[in-house]
Structure formats: structure tokens, C-alpha cells
Design a protein around this ligand. Sequence first.
Ligand SMILES: Nc1ncnc2c1ncn2[C@@H]1O[C@H](COP(=O)(O)OP(=O)(O)OP(=O)(O)O)[C@@H](O)[C@H]1O
Ligand SMILES: [Mg+2]
Length: 359
Amino acid sequence: MLGFGREKDLIGLDIGSYSIKAVELKAKKKGTEELYEVKKIGYELLPHDAIVEGTIIDSAAVVETIKMIFDENKITNKNVVISVSGNSVIIKKISLPSMDTEELAESIIWEAKHNIPYPYEETNVDYAILKSSEYSEDKNLDILLVAAKKDKIANYSNVVNQARKNLEAIEVDVFALQNALDVNYPELSKEKTVAIINLGANITNVIIIEKNVPQLFRDLSLGGSFFTENISKDLGISFDDAEKLLKGLPVKNVEPERYEAILNLNIQNILEEIEKTFSFYEAGEKTERKIEAIFLSGGLSKLKDLAAKFEQKFNMRTELFNPFRRIYYDEKKFDSIYFEEMAALFGVATGLATRKLEK
Ligand SMILES: Nc1ncnc2c1ncn2[C@@H]1O[C@H](COP(=O)(O)OP(=O)(O)OP(=O)(O)O)[C@@H](O)[C@H]1O
Ligand SMILES: [Mg+2]
């Protein structure tokens, strides 16, 4: 059987409410080490109202945008992995006594029915067994229970099918980010407690990973579109002008001090929400828990000095996440400035493309 046991090269397709990102990675082995190379990459903006509150409203626009990304970047591979997030996705960490696979499958259904705030019939449930913590003395299994509303899955699968791509898997944003961390920062992900904060347009994903084990995951209703909305309302300017200001571009007849004041209020709001999430994590267990590094990603992480504001607030090393840190790309084919500028946007897409599927 040709190709048996080899892994399929995949396209990570991150369908955000502001933009769609696609990256195709080629997996190669160097000894026991897994390495990746970027084969293709693409990015397109979506119309403002194509995806509203996590639902694809204008599927034709999303399908067209996906097709455009593939055509313009000559992506011929059709095998895509997408992700979902927001309040239609529930992730719970549960602990069960050690048991065989059959018993486990039954217990998972029971747990899902009791832990997920949606009717069981309306959700797709999946689970993963976490590596047991090195401190645990008992033989319990730590399990991640993931449930996604079926209508959400159908909503996102439809556009992929209509764009004539093969949907190979559906992931969750926060776990894609964890994959990207493992590939690009293996030393940190193995040894430290790291928080990744992916600041998008409507959703901010937060994941806290302690020595490779995900400990806390949140999708907060925060992001750049709330900034532009507030700026446009408070300054009485258009949405597009507010967006320009956010990206550091000049807009006529705007007092810089007024803009700075509104911007700071919005940043403070994000910092406070993140502080609550961190406190929740750090207060959660008997053993002392401390986050040791923060990574920022997503479009809003490009906001000037945001990492410095996080450093100040949390008194902790904060860096912009680079999903291409240990991923090779051919500088003859790609512009390295493009990669530097786009790095913030490709955390989820890159993590999706590193998923392993058998051919
Ligand atoms: N240079 C920049 N400076 C500040 N903000 C920016 C910049 N570029 C983009 N943004 C903001 O980032 C947001 C888009 O980020 P991103 O592409 O990560 O979102 P998304 O994944 O499409 O959305 P979501 O996942 O929340 O549905 C927008 O609100 C946009 O205004
Ligand atoms: Mg996003």
C-alpha cells in the first residue's frame, strides 16, 4: 500500500469573523524530530456581516473567499482542517477512575449528559485522555471532554463542502494554538506554564498550558471589533476610519488625545478580563500555580505596545507568538517580511495544519 503510514499534508483553514487564513504545511522527519515546511499560505478579509456572533450568515461570501484564497495562492491540496470556538463549544476537564475502553465510552456519554449545558442529542462529543500529571498519586484518568453544537459544526462544514474542499477534521481554536506552541516553542511548552491569548475580532481565546497539559480554556467575548465599534461611536466617525486608527493610520479631524483615551479604556477592559481568567486559574488548585510566560496572537495583538501593557499589568514576560518560529519557509518563494507581518494572524491556522492524519 503506497504511502501507508505516512501523514497527509494538510491545510489549516482558520475561518474567523474578520478574515480567513490558510496555510499548507509539509511534514518531514529529522530523526525523531517532526519538522514542517510552509508550502502555501493565503489570507483574505471577509465582509463585515458575513459571520455574526459566531454564525456564518452569508455563506456565499465565505465560500467565495475560501475559493479565492485557494485560487490566488495556487493551493491545489484540498484536504483541510478547520476549527470552531465560542459558546457553541464546551470543553470540560474531568477525572475518571481507570477503566477499559468500552466502559470509558459509556462513562463519557454519562459525563457529557451531566456536564454540558446543551441537550446531548444536539451536540457532537469527543474526548482526549491527558497524560497523567507527574504529581498525581492515584490512577485516575484526566480527560478532556469536548462538545460542539451540531448546528455550529454543520454551519462551518457546509462552507467547506460548498467550496469543494475535503473536510478532514474539525478542531477547537485553543487546541490548535496549543499544537502551534508545541511545534514552535517545545522547550517552553514542556517545562513551563504558558498562557496563549489569541485576540481576534469577536473572540479572544485563552489557553493556559502547564508542562504540555492544557489546564484552562476560555473563549471571551472580546476583540478588535469591540474596539472599532467603541471608537466609531465615541468619536462619531465611520467604522472604517475607526479601523484605520486602530491600525495606526492617520484619520483627519480626530484629536489624538481623545482617541488615545478611548483606546486605553478598551485595553484596560481586556487586561481586567484576562486578570480574572488568570486569577481563576491560579486559585483553582491546592498546589500553587503560577503562569510563567504570556504569548499574544491574533489581529489585535498587532496593536502598538500591547505586549508591554501586558508585561506591566502582570509583571511577566509577554511576547508576540510566532507560529513560524521553527517552521521553515523558502525565502526564494516567500517574502520574509510577509511572514513577519502575518505571524500574529496564523497561530490557529498553523496549529490546525500540524495535526496528524494517516493517509
Ligand atoms: N495592525 C493592527 N493593529 C491593531 N488591530 C488590528 C491590526 N490588524 C488587524 N487588527 C484587528 O484585529 C482583528 C482581526 O483579528 P483576526 O484576524 O485574528 O480575527 P478573526 O480570527 O478573523 O476573528 P474571530 O476569531 O474573533 O472571529 C480586527 O478587529 C482588526 O481590526
Ligand atoms: Mg480568530
